[in-house]
Design a protein around this ligand. Sequence first.
Ligand code: C5P
Length: 217
Amino acid sequence: MTGDSFVIAVDGPAASGKGTIATRLGALYGYPVLDSGLLYRAVGVQLLQSGGDLDDAEAAAALARKLDPASLEDPEVRTRRAGEAASRVAAHTPVRTALRDFQQQFARQSPGAVIDGRDIGTVIAPWAQAKMFVTATPQVRADRRWLQLSAQGETVSHDEVLADILLRDRRDSGRADSPMVAAADSVLLDTTEMDIDRAFDAARRIVETARARQDQS
Ligand code: C5P
């Protein structure tokens, strides 16, 4: 199922740096970038806005099936509330099924695509030519997310952000369907001690190694 598309899968937990890495890889190679977390965030936000229950798998799936990509631009999807709602609706299999085709079609674009998320290298595009699992300690990720949320104007304490991150890690790696896990053939990129330039450089080297491997085959 590879076609002539070079897929870069960037998975990892919240605030690991994967979003920035994915954006910069896309710019470097001229590939479109999909932040798959936004899909789950948009479903969660729409469910909350319609007064629905985040545990209602069918109501969430109905929204996922008619998701308008324009809704990913809504600033509300980037809030803390949206992140929490996303990880609740993301545990429902009908929601994941409803969002799968869109992501797989995105992955099949020629000449390539970058997708960041939790299950890109394992479930959405297991055929991806370059896979990395980006991580950092919860403390460092909480520092980064707190700065980001504060810059967006959210009033939240560092401890609350750390608690959110730990809860989401547990939920995302503990769910039955498509849990967050590093693909066996992914390269682990721990950004704890790295600034974003060093992290990007390490990610670029992972992709270059994968490209060289492909050229040889
Ligand atoms: O990446 P981000 O933190 O925006 O993702 C929000 C939530 O969406 C995650 O905590 C996770 O529950 C869910 N998600 C997922 N699979 C993906 C991307 C995100 O389950 N590929």
